[in-house]
Design a protein around this ligand. Structure first.
Ligand code: HEC
Length: 472
């Protein structure tokens, strides 16, 4: 028997892309109020180290961080900051401490991802990473029509077909897309009855065609058929009036779930965070329409005057992952948070997911957003990451190549270059482990019809698959 010498993956912080960690307004707050006792790098001085939260004596042992920092503790000599720091500021310091702890763990090379040569050991399997589709330009979404054939979008506007190992030229005649910022040609999926009706659905950022505001754009959905490498029979499925288009190039959301004749899809807040709470606006929401574009009469807000009728849920920041549980049909969402506070949510009819009134994150510049992480009437995430991994596409694994992973939720991280495996028990996430790290920014993930797990990477731009190593 060969003994495996397991190598830990050492990754410099810069490849996390989370360059903002430890910077900005919150760092200044730490330096002004906490550093004199807890040390320049949080490793302690007069006060204890703040990097080992699991060993704290008081906070987490019945006392809440915010309340503790507000009131302090006379006996141990921790001063109270209730009169000099606001609740949101104290909350941002808590996020900062989480960030710095994560960074110290990284620096120590303690990573759960184990790779020996080309073989990963994670999630109870040994597997290799195989490149499958090369020659792509920022691929965004993949959808398998069969084991031999997949559809792929490239953000700059091309829809491509991969068939029998060959990547075809871009399909001619697909919609014109606005490619500013995070926008472009984004989601692709086929109708569940594709073999009968041939419908392919696309979501993308479309121009408002408004001469006064030429940069304004918004998420739009069409369906069409691919006939002899041409896009044909196009039908408009969803668009919003020009007044709701925005010049911002961020937070388009756009992922699809088809279920029982309905199409669920996401639109991010488009950079206007407060509009996520505004039911008269389509941004910052999950929507539900019939698969032909009609608005269902039983949607939750159709009776409310001026409410945008296709809204299914609200308070969603930038949902870049959506998938239905293979057994229960429950819809799960990944939501790209601010600095800290990436979420996994279970999407339920009419619910408010809280953004930006509650969040586990703060602004990218280290300024607080709110001190609140929970409020009555607002949903809690099933799981969240602080610091953020920059969540993107998600997929429930449904293949046979990794039987122990069946029905587990796989979640891609862009900045973290990670693929996570979440094990669920009902609505509870009972395990979160990193399966892959450092291969590239993980944009999308999908179970292939061959049972392998396919991962869409950006930088390098390619599609890879995870293939188990079979021991003889
Ligand atoms: C005057 C010195 C001093 C300053 C300034 C100070 N602390 Fe402390 N802090 C302490 C002491 C002393 C303790 C008690 C624990 C120990 O070190 O033994 C403590 C403990 C803590 C704990 C751990 C509690 C536990 O459960 O063990 C946290 C968290 C904390 N401080 C956060 C902060 C934050 C955030 C700031 C800045 C807003 C801050 N402290 C500023 C002295 C200080």
């Amino acid at each position: 028997m060969r003994r495996l010498s397991l190598l830990f993956l050492f990754l410099p912080c810069s490849i996390w892309g989370q360059n903002r960690i430890g910077t900005g307004a919150v760092e200044t707050l730490y330096r002004q109020h906490c550093m004199s006792c807890h040390g320049e790098n949080l490793r302690g001085g007069l006060g204890r180290s703040l990097l080992d939260a699991d060993e704290w004596q008081v906070v987490g042992q019945g006392r809440d961080f915010i309340e503790y920092v507000q009131t302090g503790d006379e006996i141990t000599g921790m001063p109270g900051f209730g009169s000099s720091l606001s609740v949101p500021e104290i909350r941002s310091l808590q996020i900062y401490i989480d960030e710095m702890r994560q960074r110290s763990v990284e620096a120590a090379g303690i990573s759960p991802v184990v790779k020996e040569g080309e073989v990963y050991s994670a999630g109870g399997y040994q597997f290799r990473v195989e490149p499958v589709i090369e020659g792509l330009q920022l691929p965004w979404s993949i959808y398998f029509l069969s084991a031999r054939e997949a559809l792929i979008t490239e953000r700059s506007g091309q829809l491509r077909v991969w068939k029998d190992g060959e990547l075809g030229a871009p399909i001619v005649g697909t919609p014109e897309v606005v490619t500013q910022g995070q926008g472009g040609l984004l989601e692709v999926a086929a109708h569940p009855d594709y073999s009968k009706n041939g419908w392919v659905y696309l979501a993308f950022s479309a121009s408002a065609r408004d001469a006064d505001h030429p940069k304004n754009c918004m998420t739009q959905i069409v369906r069409g058929r691919i006939v002899e490498e041409r896009w044909q029979d196009e039908e408009l499925i969803f668009e919003v009036p020009a007044e709701f288009h925005r010049s911002s190039g961020v937070h388009f959301g756009t992922r699809f779930v088809f279920q029982d004749g309905y199409l669920y899809f996401s639109i991010g807040d488009r950079g206007a965070q407060d509009q996520a709470q505004d039911l008269t606006r389509p941004n910052g929401k999950i929507h539900r329409i019939h698969d032909d574009g009609r608005v269902p009469a039983d949607n939750p807000f159709v009776e409310i005057a001026d409410a945008y009728p296709s809204i299914w849920t609200y308070g969603n920041r930038n949902p870049q992952g959506l998938d239905a549980h293979p057994v229960t049909g429950a819809i799960f969402e990944s939501e790209h948070g601010p600095r800290g506070g990436d979420e996994i949510n279970r999407i339920r009819r009419g619910r408010n997911y809280g953004w930006p009134v509650i969040t586990y994150g703060m602004n990218y510049n280290g300024k607080p957003i709110t001190g609140k992480t929970a409020l009555p009437g607002m949903e809690q995430p099933l799981h969240y990451w602080t610091p953020s991994i920059a969540v993107c596409g998600i997929d429930f694994y449904e293949g046979d190549q990794f039987p122990d992973w069946k029905n587990d939720l796989f979640v891609g991280g862009l900045a973290s270059q990670e693929l996570h495996r979440l094990v669920l028990a009902g609505d509870q996430v009972i395990r979160d482990e990193v399966i892959l790290k450092g291969e590239g920014r993980v944009r999308d993930v999908a179970t292939g019809p061959d049972g392998f797990l396919y991962v869409v990477l950006n930088g390098p731009d390619l599609v890879i698959r995870l293939v188990p190593v079979v021991n003889e």
